[in-house]
Design a protein around this ligand. Structure first.
Ligand SMILES: NC(=O)c1ccc[n+]([C@@H]2O[C@H](COP(=O)([O-])OP(=O)(O)OC[C@H]3O[C@@H](n4cnc5c(N)ncnc54)[C@H](OP(=O)(O)O)[C@@H]3O)[C@@H](O)[C@H]2O)c1
Length: 248
């Protein structure tokens, strides 16, 4: 299927995990991708794997001036799809988590997405779409994740508000993943990470945690379905309906 032939997608966070999987799907469907992230080596590896349809741009989404420079380097009305997955996260007990760690997380996860949407508006082609990424924590809290849940909820509210304000020229949606195996969890020691993955997977109706490509499929569907806007799509292995306590 080459239905994205002739289109350009900017994927911010496209060098790893969910964003990298989005890039693979877009290119497989004939589209061109611009990948943006901070680390040059990761970007170069992704571009090498994706081939001529991909190019890279270094960007730190916590730097609003860098976001503006990236946007102005692109021709007006030259981008069909904007996907924003980039985020660095902060977990910790509410009572002791330093506020500056939470602010840094909001700076990437929320303000990065906000600034990108605003700066990219003149670069988006009419009929295009923006797809943001939140997470199930927006509506299904977990201990030590209150701030991350709040950031996810803010992203979902932003997507809904922008869908209303930017339509009909642009559609805006949000993907809410459950736990996905990606480099996002590399900060955990190996044994602990495996234990978290196994325990979470066992608690879900799907019986396992997700793969980046499964989240990417939903994102590309949202970006290409001309009647979908203002939606928050849960791709979470059933996290939203999982059992609170043992069934009797
Ligand atoms: N994985 C999960 O379990 C899960 C669950 C729910 C929601 N999510 C959400 O899904 C999104 C993607 O997560 P993922 O699992 O794909 O993570 P990942 O594999 O760590 O990928 C994150 C991507 O974002 C880039 N990035 C991080 N901080 C950035 C910054 N300040 N500026 C520019 N680029 C930045 C990273 O590259 P550089 O580090 O080189 O910049 C990388 O390309 C995140 O918003 C995350 O909150 C993930």
């Amino acid at each position: 299927m080459q239905d994205l032939f002739g289109t350009t997608s900017l994927i911010v966070g496209g060098s790893s995990g969910i964003g990298r999987a989005m890039a693979g799907l877009v290119v497989a469907r004939g589209g061109e991708v611009i990948l943006a992230a901070r680390r040059r080596q990761m970007l170069d590896r992704a571009v090498e794997e994706l081939g001529a349809a991909a190019r890279a741009q270094m960007l730190d989404v916590t730097d609003p001036a860098a976001i503006r420079r990236l946007a102005t380097s692109l021709a007006p009305a030259s981008v069909d799809q904007l996907f924003v997955t980039a985020a660095t996260l902060a977990h910790g007990p509410f009572a002791s988590q330093p506020i500056d760690a939470v602010q840094t997380m909001f700076q990437s996860k929320f303000w990065g997405a906000y600034a990108l949407c605003q700066a990219m508006l003149p670069r988006m082609r009419a009929g295009g779409s923006i797809t943001l990424v939140s997470g199930v924590l927006s509506r299904r809290p977990a201990a030590n994740c209150a701030a991350l849940g709040a950031a996810c909820a803010a992203i979902e509210a932003l997507a809904r508000g922008l869908a209303l304000e930017l339509g009909p020229g642009l559609r805006v949606n949000c993907i809410a993943p459950g736990m996905v195996r990606s480099a996002l969890h590399d900060n955990l020691p190996d044994a602990r990470r495996q234990a978290v993955f196994s325990a979470t997977g066992a608690s879900l109706p799907a019986g396992r945690i997700g793969k980046p490509c499964e989240i990417a499929q939903a994102a590309v569907m949202a970006a290409t379905n001309g009647y979908m806007t203002g939606a928050v799509i849960d791709i979470d292995g059933g996290h939203m309906v999982r059992q609170y306590a043992s069934a009797v």
